[in-house]
Design a binder for this molecule. Sequence first.
Ligand SMILES: *Cc1c(COP(=O)(O)O)cnc(C)c1O
Length: 377
Amino acid sequence: MLATRKIQMVDLQGQFKAIQDEVEEGIKEVLQTCQFINGPAVKDLEKGLSKYLNVKAAIPCANGTDALLVALMALGLEPGDEVITVSHTFVATAEVIALLRLKPVFVDVHEDTFNMDVAQLEAAVTVKTRCIIPVHLFGQSVDMEAVMQIANKHDLYVIEDNAQAIGAEVTFGDGSIHKTGTIGHIGCTSFYPSKNLGAYGDAGAIFTNDESLANKLRQIVNHGQRQKYTSECIGVNSRLDSFQAVVLNAKLKHLDRYNSLRREAADYYDQHFAGVEGITTPKRSSFSSHVFHQYTIVVEGDRDAIRGILSERGIPSMVYYPVPIHLQPAYSNWGGANGDLPVTERLAYQGLSLPMHTELTREQQDLVCKTVIECLS
Ligand SMILES: *Cc1c(COP(=O)(O)O)cnc(C)c1O
């Protein structure tokens, strides 16, 4: 049966089967106790996440976009203040900056890692810069040691967008090891179902080691209230429901295994594509482990034609992201133009993400690789 299962970009059924009993049990308990919001499962998730990440505070919220929004709100920035991030990311990263009437400033990414090119970061800092949002794209950390050095030098906040890299580890020059999302002042993640740690609906979380920021973040996710019905600051409603916490508690125990399965699948792709002309495989940074939220190759030639043939032959593929944010209509008033960010723009035309999940079989990967290589020749 399994061998004939259609290849999926993301396949969550195998994971579900392995945790089904625990999830059903937990959901039944929520139904019986009717603690739908902030129930014991949510408290357990807070504890579990802060232990796993080795961070003082883990604050669950409704989704990853809210996590970023709330993080920015907690910094007390003024309209017009500049926030440096990348254009090669999911739109949510820049959306929250724009929503708060802050100004997104984009730096290009490095062609090897698809992550913020830290060599270009300092040149983007102006007197109006207040914050940097590095995005750990596709499962690998930005050079956080360099980011933190620049941030400290210019007195800037750092919010990590860790939606795609939960579980990845960064090794600093002094040998210390840190989980992504715990290095900047605030870390944000998404538990969207297809993420490495995915709920069965929308969910997210915010992390910090700073106690006063933690208090502020907790307040903002709950209407600015510390005490019921007294709003001390303007907040939002971004609570996590107990059902999602049940799923995440069950899956968190398996996260390291999920991530190593992804890494093994990536290694297997790498082997297949080694030395194949017209394909560049994703590079691994020396300072970061890679949890392969996506396995993205760069192809020579007509990427969209290749995708078309792959699709005809039953091989799914995706493009992350086809239109860079600085070229999106909604972001045009910040003056982004073609040619501003050459690497970002090239990746939009030549990047190709292949099926990546914990249930991929080697036979499926053989077929994906064979077909991709045939399409190129
Ligand atoms: C998924 C994602 C988000 C947004 O998370 P949601 O839970 O979908 O709101 C933000 N940034 C990046 C890089 C993402 O991949």
